[in-house]
Structure formats: structure tokens, C-alpha cells
Ligand binder design. Structure first.
Ligand code: NAD
Length: 253
């Protein structure tokens, strides 16, 4: 019986940045659990659509550059017009810029903060308006990071944005829990994607990281499948404002 509460049948998930990497896995996992997916990306490339359609689910592409939060109302409207509704929002799209803090530019600060936290807030707001108007609650899952908890090195705007996600997730959960809206986050550990290719290519850093992960391996995008379906489903309906680390034990160390 309990497995039924994990089903997403009849639901629609909006996933940002799902052409590749973790977002693609998240979109596919949600479709495997039974829901249709709206993918919000800068361009409609890659095989996310065909993989989701092969599961017998619908995929609706919406084009938007999320570095500018003013696109949010139009993108959300397009999503609802195409899919009829949105029940689950996954704020996955994110970028990172690396440089010494002493040399860090305003551009690298603004670009990361705009995409990783400002647009995320306005997407949450837009989704909550939609959820409240429908009166059926909803699920918001923000993608956080180890740097929601730790300082990191040479990534000051990324750390600021992801620490912001941790706080924002709690703040919005407090305001919206009574309307049946669950706002939670997933903090992936060190995952093997394009985002971390430079780290994995640096032999010394790569070994340092592996030596510190209790599970002794980089995470794979598939490691997020179970946690995201759980947080998107009725099975997690009394979890509000929590950031779940999926990190092979990195933070436990
Ligand atoms: P990725 O670079 O493979 O994917 C990021 C996605 O966001 C891409 O689809 C990209 O096109 C999209 N995106 C970026 N800027 C955008 C914009 N302006 N408009 C629309 N889409 C945009 O990286 P990933 O590793 O899959 O990262 C996904 C999320 O997970 C990010 O929020 C990242 O910070 C977070 N994360 C990743 C790791 C990791 O180890 N890979 C760890 C912790 C958190």
C-alpha cells in the first residue's frame, strides 16, 4: 500500500535545465514514477524528450533563459498552457564560476546569483500562486549543494547562492506548508556531471575528494532518482523545509 503513495500518476512536473546532467535524470525518474514533464531549457536539444516519451509519458518543451528572472511568468504560463497544470516544480538549472575571491568579478557574481537564486525564488513564487489558485497543494524541490552547508574554495558566488537555497527552502516552507505546499531541497554531493568535469580532470583534487567520501565514489545522476521521487510524492507530505543530502556520507564525515 505504501508504494502507492510514491506514485506520480496524473501529475505534471516542471523541471528546469533538464537537457543533460542531473536535471535529465530527475526528469526521467519523475516520468518513471508516472508523471508528465515540462522541460524548461535555453534550447530544446538532447534526448530527454524521447526518453520520456519512450516511458509512455508526455514531454512539453518550454524555451527560456533563466539568467533573467523576468522570463518566469511567461515560461510558467506556457508550461500550464501546454500541460494543463503543474503539480511539481524542480529548480535544477544552475551554473558555477571559479576564481579566487580576491579576483572575483561582479559579472561572475551576478550571473551565478541571477540564475541560481533570484530566478529560483520567482519560479517558486509563480508555482505557489498556481498551486494556491488550484487548491490542491504542490511540491517544490530546489537543488542545493554541499556548498549549502560548507564554504568551498574559489566559488564564492556559487556558495552564496546555494547557501541561499538552503535558507529560502525553509523560509518558503514556513509560509506555504498550510496550503499543502511542500518546499524541500536536495543537496547532491560530488556527482559526475559536466559541472564537475574540471574537478575530476584535476588529478590531485579528484583524489582528495574521493579520499573524503565515505562511499569512496563519485555520485551518479541515478543516485538522485529515489530521493527526488520521494520528495515529489505524497510519501513526503509531512516533510517541510528540509534539505536532504545525497552525498555518499560527505557531510557525515
Ligand atoms: P549541468 O551543467 O550538467 O546542468 C545544468 C543545467 O542547467 C543544464 O541543463 C543547463 O543548460 C541549465 N542551465 C544553466 N543555465 C541556464 C539558464 N540560464 N537558462 C536555462 N537553463 C540553464 O550541471 P549539473 O551538475 O547537472 O547541475 C544541476 C544542478 O545540480 C545545478 O543546480 C548544480 O548547481 C547542482 N549540483 C550539481 C552537483 C554536481 O556534483 N554535479 C553537486 C551539487 C549541486
Amino acid at each position: 500500500m505504501v508504494l502507492k503513495s510514491f506514485s506520480l500518476e496524473g501529475k505534471v512536473a516542471l523541471v528546469t535545465g533538464c537537457n543533460s546532467g542531473l536535471g535529465q535524470m530527475i526528469a526521467i525518474a519523475l516520468a518513471q514514477a508516472g508523471c508528465d514533464v515540462v522541460g524548461v531549457n535555453r534550447s530544446n536539444r538532447g534526448d530527454t524528450a524521447s526518453q520520456i516519451q519512450a516511458l509512455g509519458r508526455q514531454y512539453y518543451p518550454v524555451s527560456a533563459d533563466l539568467s533573467d528572472s523576468s522570463v518566469v511568468p511567461r515560461a510558467f504560463e506556457e508550461a500550464v498552457a501546454a500541460a494543463g497544470q503543474v503539480d511539481i516544480l524542480v529548480n535544477n538549472a544552475g551554473i558555477i564560476r571559479r576564481n579566487e575571491a580576491i579576483d572575483f568579478t561582479e559579472q561572475d557574481w551576478d550571473d551565478v546569483m541571477n540564475t541560481n537564486i533570484k530566478t529560483v525564488f520567482f519560479l517558486c513564487q509563480q508555482a505557489a500562486k498556481h498551486f494556491i489558485a488550484r487548491g490542491q497543494g504542490g511540491k517544490i524541490i530546489n537543488i542545493a549543494s554541499m556548498l549549502s552547508f560548507q564554504g568551498g574554495i574559489r566559488v564564492p558566488s556559487y556558495t552564496a547562492s546555494k547557501s541561499g537555497i538552503h535558507g529560502l527552502t525553509k523560509a518558503l516552507a514556513n509560509e506555504w506548508a498550510a496550503q499543502g505546499i511542500n518546499v524541500n531541497a536536495i543537496a547532491p554531493g560530488y556527482m559526475a556531471t559536466d559541472n564537475t568535469a574540471p574537478l575530476r580532470a584535476d588529478k590531485v583534487r579528484n583524489q582528495e575528494i574521493l579520499d573524503r567520501i565515505p562511499a569512496e565514489r563519485w555520485g551518479e545522476p541515478t543516485d538522485l532518482a529515489g530521493p527526488v521521487v520521494f520528495l515529489a510524492s505524497e510519501a513526503s507530505s509531512y516533510i517541510n523545509g528540509y534539505t536532504v543530502a545525497v552525498d555518499g556520507g560527505w557531510l557525515a564525515r
